[in-house]
Design a protein around this ligand. Structure first.
Ligand SMILES: *[C@@H]1O[C@H](CO)[C@@H](O)[C@H](O)[C@H]1NC(C)=O
Ligand SMILES: *[C@@H]1O[C@H](CO)[C@@H](O)[C@H](O)[C@H]1NC(C)=O
Ligand SMILES: *[C@@H]1O[C@H](CO)[C@@H](O)[C@H](O)[C@H]1NC(C)=O
Ligand SMILES: *[C@@H]1O[C@H](CO)[C@@H](O)[C@H](O)[C@H]1NC(C)=O
Ligand SMILES: *[C@@H]1O[C@H](CO)[C@@H](O)[C@H](O)[C@H]1NC(C)=O
Length: 337
């Protein structure tokens, strides 16, 4: 998601004199694991041995230029990961020789990393959108392919390595496209053949709900498309993604909305001529769970969903289809992942 592109605007002409706050607290006490000190993170991945990794997309904050991926080495130090070289594209992340400027076309350097995730084999997967912000706040375009459109914003990834789900036997990555230009969908990548395809493209299930308006810390959150442009509603689509039933079910949420959706993996894996209509016919709405950026699953059939409007993380319990508050604290502003 892109908090830096969302402006907190007062709905009336009166400028609030007090800093908005929401002191509600619920659930277990928070523990500080790491204090980020200059770059704004969107993701965190925890290895089995407790190593921590974060990403800082240049497409969300023009100040995220020092590195795109780092290991969190102590509670206040970060080390570019896997090294500083791959985090330093020659000439920067933006190609100014094109008009409009585009994400630099490097396959061996990080450009704008939105998500990090560790798979069951303890491999760190790094999802690079290939897009960066120019200093005036314009999000660059990227070169077109059939699955990552120029105005795509691939946002988050989950990996299912079970050998029986594809012919290649090497597993699959499921990726959300949260594009604020409304090129939303779910991208599926066969990790063996490297083939990628899309499903649910442009459907309501992956798109921001019409005129969705969130309220955070008592302030309305509208969206500013560009410098000086009229504000509008948050257009951010499919963002958080998670796996249930060991990977047999995929769940996701759109940031410009409050619902959780699910589909059986067979409909996303299928590429037959009627696979798209079948996919659309088999999406389930699991109901509302708050406005979410990131999702995380555990092994108890729980989906943890950030609830930006209530400084909270909620749980969707797939065993009884219910939502409950897991933790709430004024220090939880906007839960990423
Ligand atoms: C980037 O850094 C500059 C200088 O420290 C600061 O004024 C600006 O607010 C920062 N921008 C963002 C989006 O945080
Ligand atoms: C960070 O770690 C240091 C050394 O262990 C400790 O003194 C300090 O309190 C920690 N800071 C936070 C915010 O946890
Ligand atoms: C920048 O764009 C030009 C024109 O498309 C292209 O030839 C060049 O390879 C690009 N360089 C990078 C680093 O993206
Ligand atoms: C793959 O095997 C698992 C058991 O390991 C099973 O639950 C799942 O349904 C199988 N998936 C397919 C697509 O056959
Ligand atoms: C769902 O199950 C959980 C325990 O797994 C329980 O705490 C919760 O109250 C249940 N919710 C409803 C609505 O029954």
């Amino acid at each position: 998601m892109k908090p830096s592109l969302l402006a907190l605007l007062s709905g009336s002409a009166v400028v609030a004199q007090q800093i908005a706050q929401d002191p509600g607290v619920r659930g277990p006490p928070l523990e500080i694991t790491h204090l980020y000190y200059d770059q704004m993170p969107t993701g965190i991945a925890v290895s089995r041995t407790g190593r921590l990794f974060s990403c800082y997309p240049s497409g969300l904050d023009a100040n995220n230029t020092r590195y795109q991926v780092a290991e969190l080495t102590t509670n206040n130090t970060e080390t570019p990961y896997p090294n500083s070289g791959i985090n330093s594209p020659p000439g920067g992340a933006i190609n100014y020789t094109t008009y409009p400027p585009s994400g630099a076309n490097y396959q061996n350097y990080f450009i704008g990393v939105q998500s990090v995730a560790i798979d069951p084999l303890e491999r760190l997967w790094i999802l690079d959108t290939g897009r960066a912000l120019t200093p005036d706040g314009t999000l660059t375009i990227v070169l077109p392919t059939t699955v990552a459109y120029p105005d795509s914003y691939i946002n988050d990834v989950r990996i299912d390595l079970r050998p029986n789900i594809t012919a290649s036997g090497k597993g699959v990555a499921y990726i959300t496209d949260s594009s604020q230009q409304r090129r939303n969908g779910i991208v599926i990548v066969d990790l063996g053949t490297k083939e990628a395809w899309r499903h649910l493209d442009g459907t309501p299930f992956v798109s921001a709900e019409k005129q969705h308006l969130a309220s955070v810390w008592g302030e309305e959150v509208y969206f500013v498309p560009g410098p000086g442009e009229p504000f509008t509603f948050d257009p951010t689509g499919a963002d958080g993604i998670g796996l249930l039933d060991g990977g047999d079910t995929i769940v996701w949420s759109v940031t410009g909305g409050r619902r959780l959706y699910s589909i059986s993996n067979q409909y996303l894996l299928n590429r037959s001529p009627n696979s798209e209509v079948e996919a659309q016919a088999n999406v389930r709405s699991l109901g509302e769970k708050g406005q979410t950026d990131g999702l995380m699953q555990d092994t108890n059939q729980y989906i943890y969903a950030g609830n930006a409007e209530q400084n909270a993380i909620n749980i969707y319990n797939a065993r009884n289809s219910s939502v409950s508050t897991y933790i709430r604290d004024p220090r939880i502003g906007w839960t990423g992942k």
